[in-house]
Design a protein around this ligand. Structure first.
Ligand code: GDP
Length: 449
């Protein structure tokens, strides 16, 4: 079944493996996706591109972690151009994934579009699982025979009721090697942003030397993927600069924007630098990228690049930052820095800020301090009544760092609403800063002793 382990291992050294689901519309892709992505984030706000059309998430099976990507529906579009475009998008996702699940539908049998997609998939040296969905009764099992004509191994599944699901997951994780994810001793920085905001210009002025990564597969070396840079003798790793630099210093070719690559880099970093083009302001794709950083719970800095083009009399840094925060309202805690990568303006100021924010992410507040703080917060505003009864918060404690997480203990869990959590977060930031860092809250119910 597995055609190439080499590729798989190669990509895993860069972070979590990616599993993409492809298939026609309505075969059950999102049902399977939702089953696999159990860890629903506690984030309720409506992030652009995250809550509305959630296309990626983290899956865990027996301690193995990987990223799931739903590629959206593959349909015969009436318009040939659109059809080509959709097909290209699906195949780009395939190209970048480590494992592909090709999902089909038992109730419709093999459709011409299935065969076409399979023909295309065969051109990639990927591990592909051919899964026939909606097998939820003996009648449907009959339907399976039709699929054997495709000449590939078939996994029967009911994404809805879970038949065949455990077997599928067991087979998938058996193909994932033990995590080779190296914990770097140096801070890992991901530089993310849409095409033409100035990523490669910035990378080129930060980098000193390329780092070669030796593949665990004998006889092969892998292109340099990460690069080192130094600031006052301290090392930093820029994640996946190959993707940014490959177009070359001089070339003005338009970058083929890869959402999956961005996703992987974000997952892999200690801090994300989100680059914006001052001239364009915050556009939808910027919001989407920032939304992914936020959902991945990573510390971040927003860089407003091309600040050299701005008439400083017309707009101040503070005003510009305010506009950014309006558009990226879920990132009000993230600092906005103006730079001009093209002439290295303020670029070195980045490193002290990176250090500061990573330190914030690892900061611990003592339970004693937190509870003094808690009493003041409650004195300002108590949680509203829940079913006509008072909601009490007994105490708060920091349970983790990177990103920081706090557990609050209450007499009524349902009584602590999101609105109150947001109020607490705001107070917590006013007191303890946590600049640039997301904060997680957990609510636990306790009987009063
Ligand atoms: P990428 O696609 O995000 O890697 O963007 P590039 O680094 O290729 O930059 C896109 C264009 O913006 C190029 O023409 C750069 O010369 C230009 N550019 C990048 N940074 C700046 C800057 O700070 N100021 C100005 N004026 N132009 C810049």
């Amino acid at each position: 079944m597995a055609r190439s382990y080499g590729l798989l291992i190669q990509v895993i050294t860069m972070g979590k493996p990616i599993v993409a689901i492809v298939g026609r519309a309505n075969v059950g892709k999102s049902t399977l996706f939702n089953r696999m992505v159990r860890k629903q984030s506690a984030v309720i706000e409506d992030f652009p591109g995250i809550t509305r059309d959630r296309i990626y998430g983290e899956a865990v099976w027996e301690d193995k972690h990987f990223l799931m990507v739903d590629t959206g529906g593959f349909l015969h579009e009436p318009d040939e151009e659109i059809y080509k475009e959709v097909k290209n998008q699906v195949l780009t996702a395939v190209d970048e994934a480590d494992i592909v699940i090709m999902l089909m539908d038992a109730s419709s049998g093999v459709m011409p579009l299935d065969s076409e997609l399979i023909d295309n998939l065969r051109k990639y040296s990927k591990t592909i699982f051919y899964v026939v969905n909606k097998i939820d009764g003996p009648k449907k099992e009959q339907a399976l025979y039709d699929f054997y004509s495709l000449g590939v191994d078939i996994h029967p599944l009911s994404a809805l009721n879970g038949n065949g699901y455990e077997e599928l997951m067991d087979t998938i994780i058996a193909l994932l090697p033990d995590s080779l994810e190296e914990k770097s001793e140096y801070p890992k920085i991901a530089i993310v942003g849409r095409p033409n905001v100035g990523k490669s210009t910035l990378v080129n002025c930060l980098i000193r030397k390329e780092r070669m990564i030796v593949s665990p597969v004998a006889g092969t070396t892998i292109d340099a993927v990460d690069s080192e840079c130094k600031y006052y003798g301290k090392k930093y790793i820029l994640v996946d600069t190959a993707g940014i630099r490959k177009k070359g210093k001089m070339s003005q070719t338009i970058e083929k924007y890869s959402f999956i690559r961005t996703l992987r880099n974000i997952e892999d970093c200690d801090i994300a630098l989100i680059i914006l083009d001052t001239y364009d302001g915050v556009v939808e794709l910027d919001q989407k990228i920032a939304g992914v950083v936020h959902a991945a719970r990573k510390p971040a800095i927003v860089l407003l690049n091309k600040w050299d083009l701005v008439d400083k009399n017309a707009v101040s840094t503070e005003e510009a930052a305010k506009l950014v925060h309006q558009k990226l309202w879920f990132m009000r805690h993230v600092p906005v820095m103006t730079i001009a990568a093209i002439n290295k303006q303020r670029v070195t100021k980045l490193f002290p800020l990176v250090d500061k924010i990573i330190a914030e992410s690892n900061k611990r507040i003592s339970t004693h301090e937190l509870n003094i703080f808690l009493r003041e917060v409650i004195a300002k505003k108590e949680p509203p009544l829940h079913q006509h009864r008072r909601v009490k918060i007994y105490y708060i404690t920091q349970v983790k760092t990177n990103p920081p997480g706090f557990t609050i203990f209450t007499n009524k869990k349902e009584g602590i609403k999101d609105q109150y959590i947001r109020f607490m977060e705001k107070q917590l930031r006013e007191r303890f800063s946590f600049e640039g860092v997301p904060i997680d809250f957990y609510v636990r119910q306790r009987k009063k002793k």
